[in-house]
Design a protein around this ligand. Sequence first.
Ligand code: CTP
Ligand code: CA
Length: 225
Amino acid sequence: CAELFESGILAGLHLVVTAGPTREAIDPVRYISNHSSGKMGYAIAAAARDAGARVTLISGPVTIQAPERVNLEKVESARDMLEAALEHISSCQIFVAAAAVADYRPLNVANQKIKKSGDSMDLTMIKNPDVVATVAQHEQRPFTVGFAAETQAVEDYARGKLENKNLDMIVANDVSRDDIGFNSDHNAATVLWSDGQQSFDSMSKDTMARQLIELIAHRYQQYTK
Ligand code: CTP
Ligand code: CA
């Protein structure tokens, strides 16, 4: 086992991956969230571990089991996730953002359970910090890989995110296809970087994670040359 670690393509490196949804509190018993299963991020954590990396998995609330031999840090909100990510920024070489972070959170969190009253209710939301953009724009930035969930003009929007967030790579998913994505065991994607791209046809998330880790390791080697 020790030998495998030394010979892996990510041997000696610390990789941080975010996974799952975030939960944004409304009151002590309610929250806003999304259907992210965490499967893709967890599969990436396992694949990176198998490639010899030390792995930190920063995860929102999910029902799946964490892979063995990774450092699991459980978080709830987008702001918790950012805080956990920043703690590792200077000690990791590669950061992969697979989490489905809530873009907005309720402006005010009620201290007590909100009582039902009237036929409608308004909830004012405020923008959350962008975890991966904050990491990628940091002066001690690691090699940073994002994901992009899109329903149209997938590659154009993803390339926009690659540039605007200052990422090194982005994995673009077409979430309008119901055979792949969010809750599925399968995924298809196009990976983009500044001067290239590679497509992955529909395959299991475990297989895709291993192929993504190979590509990320390869691009990381070019980046450090
Ligand atoms: N992301 C993040 N923090 C946020 C929002 C997104 O770290 N507050 C990361 C995701 O983990 C993913 C990438 O940014 O790696 C793109 O997420 P996505 O939701 O596709 O893009 P957004 O920038 O949020 O834009 P939009 O939802 O409007 O398409
Ligand atoms: Ca978003």
